[in-house]
Ligand binder design. Structure first.
Ligand SMILES: Cc1cc2nc3c(=O)[nH]c(=O)nc-3n(C[C@H](O)[C@H](O)[C@H](O)COP(=O)(O)O)c2cc1C
Length: 320
């Protein structure tokens, strides 16, 4: 029965299709349930870290999170101690989870993505890192604030430089931004750049105003929307890529579906739309038992269906 939930994303083998979404569990040390609950860990297929940058970053001024009707807006700003601190102090702590570790990275330039990925790979002496997830939603300082992920030529170059700088044993995941009209354009660019896996979506741009001070509530003025409100958008983007990109429908390039998942039924929807695995973030802030709850739900569903979860990928595209 356990095998029914196993999934393979090329070289990345997961015992369940459930993963933490980047930035919503720190580096593992900020979420007690991960350290203290074997049940939570055994329901997960992989752990994804928060964003790591080459140099330490302070992050944005407060408020960094604002609640919305069906989700949250965040403008955290990638606070972290930098890559050196991460590999020397934080990475080894993730070994105790006994899960594949996926490191999410961000950088301010194409070249910096190369330097960062090569640094992480060279200093991963215990071979803890299974995959690097490239966050393309960060602003490109050299181009004056345009997100990298909206320019297909830049997407291709970033993915290519990361791919060249990591060992073959490390999978490259490209995480796409939904702040674009046609998601298949950056998705194809990432495939051309050599990505092994696609992940979608990151947060949708948004803001909130304090009507009593007449000022934006977020310290950064604008932020990214996540949580249940964005599920139809993430689902649509997975559906689009699976239906329009042959490498996705053939599963040569598997998709990790992210965005607004809060129930086991949402996971099944993402898988039927074309995802091979999923990432879950915001809903975990609300329910610490979320992963075991979802695990039980999908396990029961595949048992009733009598097919492994991997066979459900993309079935919403079948004719008839
Ligand atoms: C507080 C917070 C921090 C996040 N930090 C990162 C990050 O460091 N890197 C990244 O690629 N995505 C980051 N994200 C985006 C999530 O990984 C995810 O793509 C998004 O929240 C949608 O999933 P959800 O609706 O399940 O939260 C962050 C999201 C939140 C809410």
């Amino acid at each position: 029965m356990e095998n029914m939930l196993q999934v393979s994303l090329n070289n990345l083998k997961l015992k369940t299709p459930l993963m933490t979404a980047s930035g919503t569990s720190g580096h593992g040390n900020e979420i007690d349930v991960l350290e203290n609950s074997p049940e939570v860990r055994s329901s997960l297929g992989a752990f994804i870290t928060k964003g790591v940058t080459l140099k330490a970053k302070e992050g944005n001024p407060e408020f960094r999170i604002v609640e919305t009707d069906s989700g949250i807006l965040n403008a955290i700003g990638l606070p972290n101690e930098g890559a050196e601190f991460f590999v020397k102090t934080e990475l080894s702590g993730l070994l105790s989870f006994e899960l594949p570790v996926i490191v999410n990275i961000s950088a301010d330039s194409i070249e910096e993505f190369g330097v960062l990925s090569s640094y992480l790979c060279d200093n991963d002496i215990n071979q803890i890192i299974s995959a690097i997830e490239v966050n393309l939603s960060c602003p490109n300082i050299k181009k004056g604030g345009i997100a990298f992920g909206t320019d297909p030529a830049i997407v291709e170059r970033i993915v290519n430089i990361v791919k060249k700088n990591v060992d073959d044993r490390i999978s490259v995941i490209t995480k796409l931004t939904p702040n674009i009209t046609d998601i298949t354009i950056p998705a194809r660019a990432a495939i051309n750049g050599g990505t092994d896996i696609l992940a979608m979506i990151n947060t949708l741009r948004g803001t909130a105003i304090d009507i009593y001070t007449a000022r934006p509530l977020l310290g950064n003025k604008t932020g990214g929307l996540s949580g249940p409100a964005i599920k139809p958008v993430g689902l649509y983007m997975v559906y689009e890529c699976f239906s329009k990109i042959s490498e996705c429908s053939s599963r040569q390039i598997p998709i990790i579906g992210i965005g607004g998942i809060s129930r086991w039924e949402d996971v099944i929807e993402y898988i039927m739309a074309g995802a091979s695995a999923v990432g879950i973030g915001t809903a975990w802030f609300v329910n610490p038992d979320l992963f075991p709850d979802i695990y039980k739900g999908i396990k029961e569903f595949v048992k009733q269906k009598g097919v492994p979860i991997s066979e459900l990928t993309g079935i919403a595209h079948q004719d008839g």
